[in-house]
Design a protein around this ligand. Sequence first.
Ligand SMILES: *[C@@H]1O[C@H](CO)[C@@H](O)[C@H](O)[C@H]1NC(C)=O
Ligand SMILES: *[C@@H]1O[C@H](CO)[C@@H](O)[C@H](O)[C@H]1NC(C)=O
Ligand SMILES: *[C@@H]1O[C@H](CO)[C@@H](O)[C@H](O)[C@H]1NC(C)=O
Ligand SMILES: *[C@@H]1O[C@H](CO)[C@@H](O)[C@H](O)[C@H]1NC(C)=O
Ligand SMILES: *[C@@H]1O[C@H](CO)[C@@H](O)[C@H](O)[C@H]1NC(C)=O
Ligand SMILES: *[C@@H]1O[C@H](CO)[C@@H](O)[C@H](O)[C@H]1NC(C)=O
Ligand SMILES: *[C@@H]1O[C@H](CO)[C@@H](O)[C@H](O)[C@H]1NC(C)=O
Length: 391
Amino acid sequence: MAFLKTLLLGTLGLAPEVLAANLLASHYTGKIFSLSFTGSGKNATLVNKSSVSGCGTLPAWLHVDSGVVYCVDEDWNGSGILASYSVGSDGSLKQTGRAVTAGASVHGTPYGGEDGKGFIATVEYDPSTLTRYKLPLSNASTVLAQSKFNMSEPGPNSRQNAPHPHAAQLDPTGKFLIVPDLGADLIRVFSIDAKTGDLTACEPGVAGAGDGPRHGAWWAPESGSTAGQRLYTVNELGNSVSAWTVSYPDGGCLSLEKTQTLSTYAEGSAAPNGSKAAEVHVSGNFLYAANRADETFGPQNDSLVTYSIDPSSGDIKFVEATPAHAWFPRTFSINKAGDLVAVGGQTSSNVAIIARDPKTGKLGDLVANLPIATPGTPQQEDGLSVVVWVE
Ligand SMILES: *[C@@H]1O[C@H](CO)[C@@H](O)[C@H](O)[C@H]1NC(C)=O
Ligand SMILES: *[C@@H]1O[C@H](CO)[C@@H](O)[C@H](O)[C@H]1NC(C)=O
Ligand SMILES: *[C@@H]1O[C@H](CO)[C@@H](O)[C@H](O)[C@H]1NC(C)=O
Ligand SMILES: *[C@@H]1O[C@H](CO)[C@@H](O)[C@H](O)[C@H]1NC(C)=O
Ligand SMILES: *[C@@H]1O[C@H](CO)[C@@H](O)[C@H](O)[C@H]1NC(C)=O
Ligand SMILES: *[C@@H]1O[C@H](CO)[C@@H](O)[C@H](O)[C@H]1NC(C)=O
Ligand SMILES: *[C@@H]1O[C@H](CO)[C@@H](O)[C@H](O)[C@H]1NC(C)=O
């Protein structure tokens, strides 16, 4: 399409259109910034075009889904906001819905209904809850249902005093929800009733003791097929990633079995004190994870790690660590073309755009960098919370 446009404009003797890519970055001071990335190589620019509020005091997660953005609020003083926005062609946001919640949410995803947007599930870290609301959101929205997780005894890490669900993510079929639980060392699994929004607990995947799973990313040898499908999770407490086989027994629950756990550090390097793995994504046959506060590449310069995925088995292998160009990269996002990675430095409060070779999976040079609002304080819940491409 872009090629065709360039060709047509070219034959008309006009300058080729420079296509802008839009990103969103949320900040723990309450705003969501619309950013625009244009150009390439040395001419690339990243600018902040506009911002909105309306997601409470601590916007902690953005879910972007075909022109709609959902935002959850981590406010831990007892009241928060769950918000939805529409995205304009210039990347600007317009609030479309807003519900009052009990706050403390760290992640969420729409699910069910006829179009995958019938309901939204959020997770609350400290309260140990999974909460559901009906979509669309309005001032009159109330909690549809809530489950509070239990565990019989504390885990080996001092942060594992209680269940701490850290994400609610759909599987590729849209029929199951997974909830990595950092406190309970479980990947909780739920089957979705698309009509009612009901979630029924299945057997969870069991992580290693003290792993503290946080988020997951899916991969399959052939997109659109569940044959050979894998889940990779990032373990915040263990500073590692785990690979899981995923099976779909006839009419039954999605089932997970852990096959590998690899460090987010090269062999011979240990996770520095205070470092916490944060995020995991797949692009092509490569897996990437982010390390927070390891300062592997110098002061305020943490690392991203690359693993190759064996295309026949789905097994992973550590490749290398590269600079995140950010301090405390809580999130990162790979564009659809697979040639750019946006890294959100929480403490440094910047968005760094890094080149990626879609063929080799190699992360390359920094192509653009933008400081956003005010920097955070080390290990505190402030600074930039999320960056994501809007495509
Ligand atoms: C960058 O911009 C300059 C000046 O507009 C232009 O001469 C040059 O060809 C551009 N380089 C690239 C790689 O686009
Ligand atoms: C929670 O309340 C405390 C005390 O009033 C205040 O200092 C803090 O900023 C509040 N936090 C949020 C996220 O609103
Ligand atoms: C919903 O609440 C917001 C914020 O309090 C308010 O501005 C808006 O007018 C309300 N909308 C409706 C339809 O009541
Ligand atoms: C957790 O325990 C409480 C009290 O025993 C129980 O009511 C609740 O159903 C349990 N939650 C889950 C998700 O099993
Ligand atoms: C690790 O860091 C924490 C706080 O940042 C500190 O309390 C603790 O003593 C450190 N442990 C070691 C082994 O250095
Ligand atoms: C991070 O490290 C890389 C590689 O040494 C360097 O090019 C880059 O300037 C550093 N960035 C920061 C913010 O320190
Ligand atoms: C973003 O851009 C707006 C408009 O140009 C400007 O007012 C604001 O200060 C910028 N904010 C940041 C965080 O750079």
